[in-house]
Ligand binder design. Structure first.
Ligand code: ZN
Length: 196
């Protein structure tokens, strides 16, 4: 005969009625030991009472509502990743559209940068051309203004070089043209500084 009392897990196995080998010696001990028999009876009463309790099912999203009140410490990169994921559109067409737009912008920016790096001299030449065209346009515009203000005779007199008033007007137009030229030079210098 085994004189050792039953262990708690062995009484659990008996209460649960777990089918399997090894239970027969435990049952034999219960028949002979009043102490273990009493513990077994108590545990069986509790077990049956628990089984009689109605089985409740937590309401929907119960776990979510609990976790909403729990402060979970997460690494910074997890937060950054989650924020980035939230920015990604959920619908497939919008996502494809966003991907295409981002790709176009990336290609355009990198392509422009590469072009400027490789063809900086060409970019400078185009800028000078634009400045020259702008200056010529302003001078032509000033001449047209003079012709309109003075009439055909005045313009002819301006071309021939004559009265002092016309000379003053011509000087004013020249100063205006030089001012415009200086402004364009400054613009070109600023653009060149940004480019380099
Ligand atoms: Zn016992």
């Amino acid at each position: 005969m085994d004189h050792r009392h039953l262990l708690p897990n062995e009484i659990d196995l008996l209460v649960d009625g777990t089918a399997g080998v090894g239970l027969a010696p435990f049952r034999a001990h219960l028949d002979e030991c009043n102490d273990c028999r009493a513990r077994y009876d108590e545990l069986r009463i509790v077990s049956e009472a628990v089984e009689a309790v109605p089985h409740f099912v937590p309401k929907l999203r119960f776990a979510d509502s609990v976790m909403a009140g729990v402060q979970v410490a997460e690494p910074w990169h997890v937060g950054v990743t989650e924020s980035a994921k939230r920015l990604v559109p959920t619908s497939r067409p919008v996502r494809m559209l966003g991907l295409a737009g981002a790709s176009i912008v990336a290609v355009a920016v990198s392509g422009t940068a590469a072009w400027l790096a490789l063809r900086g001299d060409l970019a400078g030449w185009v800028l000078d051309l634009v400045v020259d065209r702008g200056r010529e346009g302003i001078v032509a515009g000033a001449s047209a203004v003079a012709s309109g203000a003075l009439g055909a005779d005045g313009a002819a007199t301006l071309a021939n070089g004559g009265a002092p008033t016309i000379a003053i007007l011509a000087a004013v137009l020249t100063v205006t043209a030089i001012g415009a030229l200086l402004a364009f030079r400054r613009l070109a210098a600023t653009a060149a500084a940004k480019r380099s």
